[in-house]
Design a protein around this ligand. Sequence first.
Ligand SMILES: Cc1cc2nc3c(=O)[nH]c(=O)nc-3n(C[C@H](O)[C@H](O)[C@H](O)COP(=O)(O)O)c2cc1C
Length: 322
Amino acid sequence: MLKIGDLTLRSNVLLAPLAGISDSSFRLLCRQFGASFTFVEMINARAISHKNKKTKKMLETDPMDTPIGIQLLGAEVSHILPAMDVISSYHFDLLDFNAACPVRKVCRRNEGAALLKDVPRLKTILSAMAKNWKKPVTVKIRSGWNADSRNAADVARAAQDAGIRAIFIHGRDRQQFYKGQVDYAAIAAVKKSVDIPVIASGDIWSALHAKKMFDETGCDGILVARGCLGNPWIFRQIEGYFSSGRIAPPPETEEILSVMQQHLEMMVTEHGEKNAVALMRKFVGWYLKGRRFVRSVRQRVNETKDRQGFLELIAHVRELAR
Ligand SMILES: Cc1cc2nc3c(=O)[nH]c(=O)nc-3n(C[C@H](O)[C@H](O)[C@H](O)COP(=O)(O)O)c2cc1C
């Protein structure tokens, strides 16, 4: 169990915010295997409006997909408050602010991880958000901007002072992007510096990685990110490990194929057949990672145009795996 402000989560293993990945289908699939919380895809405060159809599609969520959060990106209170006004017409249990995105284009506009270099500005934004939102407001940070400025503990303290109810921290600095060692000590320092929950992220690829994160940092919860791509079973594995001490064996090929098919059908309902097939392509490589035939399947999946073709591909993989 994990408490963030007045929000209580069933477990402390959450699906990380994943732009470009976390559509409704993916979120529901991860929930099915035990994710206790999900985020809709990050939204730039400047890009959101009451009238925008795309905004509406992103913000409308399935009643089964709860509790759920939304993450805003921005650098100006004057953009963020109107965006919050738009969001307030939809159902979200938590509002997160992104001070972690490493993308160059984003940081050049002083958004995302660039805000780690300007703590007073970040604090002003977070105070405005916390003051104007009834449910919990949180922030996602990194260990710092680069190896010479790993200031996450200071940032976390400023966020707590601003009225933030939990800290999400990816234990890499901005310069590392998604590579290199996770700085467990930086996360532990954040945990020591605040009284609010600290939810840690970085290299959670298995139940043992999850245990390492809890053991080394004392964090209150974890975010699963790349570790669940093509592997929603990781949530079940982590929960099983913490309750029984045993590591569940990886799923059988048949279960993988049946979840792949379920994922496809959910995507078809959400995005329409043509888009679903295109979006599923990247997932196939993830679902079949490490198999001897993955390369040939990947080639074939790129030629697959419709749902029927995809089902034939799944039947083909079943034959290859025999
Ligand atoms: C494809 C992708 C999209 C991501 N999108 C977001 C995002 O929108 N907001 C965010 O705060 N972090 C985002 N992240 C970062 C993850 O939430 C997570 O902190 C990071 O991947 C580290 O965890 P990992 O090493 O277990 O993957 C993204 C990561 C990936 C790989």
